[in-house]
Design a protein around this ligand. Structure first.
Ligand code: ZN
Length: 305
């Protein structure tokens, strides 16, 4: 699931562009100079490693910390790490990556589809996860229609089953940014989404997870996506068809949500395939997604054959 960062230290994580306000608790996973990996608090512009994040297959330090109900705010700083640090995907092996389609009014409209009556849910493969700065990779023989979708993603904090809308946010640990990268030819060719949304590297997440209590209103965050610096999505989580709480409640009716599970909550208008002419990602492009106080997720695009 995990793969090394393609460009250690070269990420753009949005320092300096975030309105700091109150000091948010942000949890990142980082690699230090010696190659060791850590869970870390990001305090202002300072990275404070607090737990080892071993890179064994199946290991996921944040998932396990949440499962054990560790108070990450109270963990003391580890002495061993050697700075500087580069950010890697905050989660490495969540049990599930769920996503919601057609969850913004203007995106459903641009796709020419009616608004759904219930959240449209699909899954992305865990092996698609990458972190900030890592390359979104594709082979030209597999797809010629790689598209971006800037999305708010929820990180589940505790086991949740059949929770009400009112209880739902209480099950959320925090929020991060996700690029629900999609091979449109595979997505539409198959008649369902799984393969087209699950190519290796098609799930960039980061730059870190911001705790829920630091975000007073999750339904009032600006979401902007840029491709090579050009603004292509300019939305707000206020325009979701189903709120984060409604999505969490709905999913929990059918599927037990587990600590560390990711739920990507849909994308606003401006994706590439509906544009005239279409705008698909190609080798050398850079995609940046910024969601207000959650930071900016930046990934280059690379053709690998
Ligand atoms: Zn999506």
């Amino acid at each position: 699931v995990w793969r090394p960062s393609s460009a250690p230290g070269s990420y753009s994580c949005g320092f300096g562009t975030i309105d700091q306000g109150e000091l948010a608790l942000r949890i990142a996973r980082v690699r230090d100079q010696a190659g060791s990996t850590w869970l870390a608090r990001v305090e202002d512009d300072k990275v404070v490693p607090v737990l080892p994040a071993e890179e064994r297959f199946g290991a996921d330090a944040l998932r396990d910390a949440l499962g054990d109900a560790l108070d990450l705010r109270a963990q003391v700083a580890c002495a061993a790490p050697s700075p500087p640090y580069s950010l890697i995907s905050p989660l490495s092996a969540p049990q599930k990556i769920m996503a919601i389609g057609l969850n913004y009014v203007d995106h459903a409209r641009e796709a020419g589809l009616p608004l759904p009556d219930v959240p449209v849910m699909f899954m992305k493969a865990g092996s698609a996860l990458i972190g900030p700065g890592e390359a979104i990779c594709y082979r030209s023989r597999d797809t010629s229609e790689v598209d971006y979708e800037g999305e708010l993603a929820v990180v589940v904090g505790r086991r949740a089953r059949d929770v009400s809308v009112n209880e739902a946010l209480g099950c959320v640990f925090g929020y991060t940014v996700c690029n629900d990268v999609s091979a449109r030819d595979a997505q539409f060719g198959d008649g369902q989404f799984t393969r087209g949304k699950s190519f290796d590297t098609f799930c960039p997440v980061g730059p870190w997870v911001t705790t829920r209590d630091e975000i007073p209103d999750i339904q009032a965050l600006p979401l902007r996506t840029r491709v090579n610096g050009v603004l292509v999505q300019d939305g707000s989580t206020a325009d979701m068809v189903f709120s984060v709480a409604e999505i969490v409640s709905y999913l929990s009716r059918f599927i037990t949500l587990m600590p560390g599970d990711l739920i990507s909550t849909g994308t606003p208008a401006g994706v590439g395939f509906v544009r005239q002419p279409p705008l698909f990602l190609t080798d050398g492009d850079v995609v940046e997604i910024e969601i207000g106080p959650l930071g900016r997720l930046t990934n280059p695009v690379k053709q690998v054959d």
